[in-house]
Write a protein that binds this ligand. Sequence first.
Ligand SMILES: Cc1ncc(COP(=O)(O)O)c(C=O)c1O
Length: 432
Amino acid sequence: MNASENRRSFIKKASALVGAFSIHSIFNELHATTWQTLDDSYSDWSPVDLASNEDYWSVIQQGYSASSSPIIILNNGGVSPSPIVVQQAVERYNQMTNQGPSYYMWQILDQGRERVREGLAKLGGCSPEEVAINRNATEALVTVIYGLDLKKGDEVIGSTQDYPNMMQAWQQRALREGIVYKQLTFDFPMENDDEIVEKYRKAITPKTKILHLTHVVNWNGQIMPVKKISRMAHQHGIEVIIDGAHSFGLLDFNIPDLEGDYFGTSLHKYLSAPIGSGMLWIRKEKISKVWPLVCAGDPQSDNIRKFENLGTRSFPIEQGIGEALNFHNAIGTKRKEERVRYLKDYWAKKAIEIPGVQIHTSFHPSYSCALAGVSVDGLTPAELSSKLMSQYKIHTTSISLGNIQCVRVSPHVYTKISDLDRLVAALGKIAG
Ligand SMILES: Cc1ncc(COP(=O)(O)O)c(C=O)c1O
C-alpha cells in the first residue's frame, strides 16, 4: 500500500473524521500516515498489553505540545491540554472567523455542528438526538438541575463529595423553592458496590425525586457504581443525574448503559477537546420535560437543540471538538483507559512503598483509573503540593475536603514515564 492508500484505509478504519472541514482535517494532514503504520504494528495487542508499550505511547506523546512542557503537569483531571492538531484547528477556525465573523461563524462553521454531534454520540454510544453541545460540565448539569420541575418538599439526594458547582445549584434551589437537598458522605476509597448502593437506598423516602451521582469522584478518583445505583433508583421511580466530567473520553462505556436519565460532561478533560467545551446527554423521552436555561422557541420541545441557544460563543472551540474526536478515536477509548490506569498504577504502586507516603485511592481497576490521591505524613495537602511545585516543578492539586486530605495526581496519555519517576523520587525525598 502506498502512503495515500495507507492514509485512506486508516481514515476508513478510524471511521469518518469529524468536523466542519473533515476532508481537510489537520489530523489527516499530520498523523494519518504515521498512525496507520503504528496501528498496523500493534493491531493484535490487547489494550492491557499495549498500556506498557513505550514505543507505541511515545508516538502519541509527540502529538501533544504539553509533553515537552518545562513543568510536569499532573493535574489533567482539572483541565487537559489539547493535542497539537486540536490547537491548530482552533487557530485555523479562529483566523477564518476573524475574516468576517457573522459570515464564517454563522454560515460556515455552524454547518459543522451536526457532524460534531454525530461524532460525540458515536463515542457515547447514544443517539445524536440525545446530545447537546455546550461549554462545560457545569453548564450541562446545571441546565438539568435548574430545568427539572420540582416542588417544595421534594427531595434530592447527592453527596458532600459531588462537585461544588452542582451542590451549590441544588442548595440554591433548596433556598429558593424549598426543595430538600440531602447529602451523603462516603469513606473513600471503597471497593464494595453493595455498600455504596445501600447507602443511597437507605436515604430514599417517598418524597425522593432525584439522585445526583458523580461517576468518577474528582477528589480522590473513586469510580462509583453508577449503573447499580441508577437501577436501584429506578425501582423506586426516582430519576438519576450523572456527572461524568471525569469519565467521558477516558473510561470505555456507552452513556445509556449507565442507566441514568441525564449525563453531563466537560470535553476539555480526558477527551482533550478545546478548553471551554462540554456536552449534555438526555434520554430522548425526558428531553421535553427539562426547561432550557436560555429559552429557544418551544421550551417544552423534545428537540435536544433547544439547549444550544447559548448566544454568541466560540464556534472555533466547538468545531475543534471534531479534531479531538479524530485524535481520540485513532487511539481508541479502551487503549486510552488502560494506558492512563497503567500510568496511575506505575507511580502509585512505587509511592506506596515509600515509608510515610499514603495512597488514598483504590488500586482495583473497577474503582479507579487516572486519578489517585497521595499524602506524606506530617504535611498538609497544600504543603505537599507546594513543595512538589517549588522544589521539583511538578504541578498537582491539593485536596482538602472533610475526610479526603491528599494531593491529587492525574496523568494523561502524553505523560512520560520519566515524569512519573521524577514524581516518585520527589515524594521519596520529601518523605525522607
Ligand atoms: C466531578 C466534576 N464535575 C464537574 C466539574 C466541572 O467541570 P467544568 O469546569 O468543565 O464545568 C468538575 C471539574 O473539575 C468535576 O471535577
